[in-house]
Structures are given as structure tokens and as C-alpha cells.
Design a protein around this ligand. Structure first.
Ligand code: SF4
Length: 218
């Protein structure tokens, strides 16, 4: 049986190496939303010059997309950071997401559609990191207990090889990362969405809420 890698330990080893070299590299941090990015930014901005990359063509509906962008920008403005954090917004090319998801609309969250969705967004991050000449790229996605950190890191490593930009291995839910993101969301009064992002995850979550309410006779 294949031993599971500890991606948090790998991140700690990378940071220890950077400290030893007295080096503060650049990092393109793909972010899905402000709440998920909060802990990642608090943690990583001590060691990296970060550019937050908001590329999420999966988000539905459009108003939700714009609200998440605004919350992301507000958090960056308000969060104290040792090194200033920059922001860039990618294209909201929804058609690219629907094209990718075709035939997998009924998949449950956490299945193949999600793995392709990780890949879609990480590929854009790798391309952007390369074009901006950044040292590393990674994503906030692993902070969610619903996201598969192993898959994210495998995809990140494969893209690192393809694009020649290092993937910062990580599993942000570890060391109470998820808990800290919930605390920071409350502290900054952040809008915290109730579904992952795409129309399919919204439908799935709405159905769960309706089933729960029906079971409780509400
Ligand atoms: S549930 Fe989330 S990760 Fe999965 S396809 Fe939808 S937006 Fe992407």
C-alpha cells in the first residue's frame, strides 16, 4: 500500500529551507474565496511575496462570483501582512467550466468533476505563475475538509513539471487551519457561502437542506 504523504510537513520543510537561506520568494496563490484564503494568507504572508489569483469560472450565479471577488479584495486590504499582498482577477470564462463539466453534471461533490475543476483552476494558476516569473504556485482549496488534498497536490506536482514552476505542496486544513479560517471569517465579518461554488454544488446543497427541513417537518 502506498504511504500517504504529509503535505503540511512538506510545506514546513520548504519554509524552514527558505528561512535558512534568508529568502522570501514570490508565490501565486490561487484562491477560491476570501474565507478559505484567510488562514492561508495569515500563514503564508510571513514567508512569501504573495499575489492572490482569483480564477474561478466555476462560480454560479454571476452575482455570487462578483460578491466573492469583492470579499477577497476587502480581506486583502484589511488583513495585516508582513509582506504586501497583491491581487489579480482572471477571466470569468464560464463556458470553459461548463465544457469541462459536460457529462458529469450529476456527479456528487468530491468526485471526478471536482478533480477536473481543480485541474482547470490550477492549470491557469501554473500558466499565470510562469508568465509572471513567479517562484511558486499553490491553491487555498486544500483548506476545505471537502477537498481532496492528495489529488490537489498530485495535480499541482504534475503541472509544476509541465510548466517549470514549483508547486508549493500544502494541506491547509492541517494544524487547525480550517478552524482558524472560520475564526478569521467571523473576525472580519466575511460573507461565507453555503455551497462550494458551481451550480451543481448549489443544487446538491439546496436538496440536502430541503430534505433535512422535510425530515424535521419544517
Ligand atoms: S463542487 Fe466545487 S470543486 Fe466540485 S465542480 Fe463544483 S465548484 Fe468545482
Amino acid at each position: 500500500m502506498r504511504a500517504q504523504k504529509n503535505y503540511q510537513k512538506m510545506l514546513e520543510a520548504t519554509i524552514a529551507g527558505l528561512k535558512e537561506q534568508n529568502r522570501v520568494p514570490t508565490l501565486l496563490l490561487h484562491s477560491c474565496c476570501a474565507p478559505c484564503s484567510s488562514y492561508c494568507l495569515e500563514y503564508l504572508s510571513q514567508y512569501f511575496h504573495i499575489t492572490v489569483d482569483y480564477y474561478n469560472p466555476n462560480i454560479y450565479p454571476e452575482e455570487e462570483y462578483h460578491m466573492r471577488v469583492q470579499e477577497q479584495q476587502r480581506l486583502i486590504r484589511e488583513l495585516p501582512a508582513k509582506y504586501p499582498i497583491a491581487f489579480r482577477e482572471g477571466a470569468y470564462d464560464k463556458e470553459r467550466f461548463y465544457e469541462m463539466a459536460r457529462g458529469m453534471e450529476e456527479e456528487k461533490e468530491g468526485g471526478e468533476r471536482c478533480f477536473r475543476c481543480y485541474e482547470l483552476r490550477l492549470r491557469e494558476a501554473a500558466e499565470t505563475a510562469k508568465s509572471l516569473g513567479m517562484d511558486y504556485f499553490t491553491t487555498t482549496l486544500s483548506i476545505s475538509p471537502l477537498k481532496n488534498a492528495e489529488k490537489l497536490n498530485e495535480i499541482g506536482d504534475a503541472l509544476a513539471e509541465e510548466y517549470g514552476v514549483a508547486y508549493l505542496n500544502s494541506d491547509f486544513k492541517k494544524k487547525n487551519g480550517y478552524k482558524r479560517s472560520v475564526e478569521l471569517s467571523e473576525q472580519y465579518g466575511m460573507y461565507r457561502q453555503y455551497y462550494c461554488g458551481c451550480v451543481f454544488s448549489k443544487r446538491e446543497r439546496d436538496a440536502q437542506i430541503a430534505a433535512k427541513a422535510a425530515a424535521q417537518g419544517i
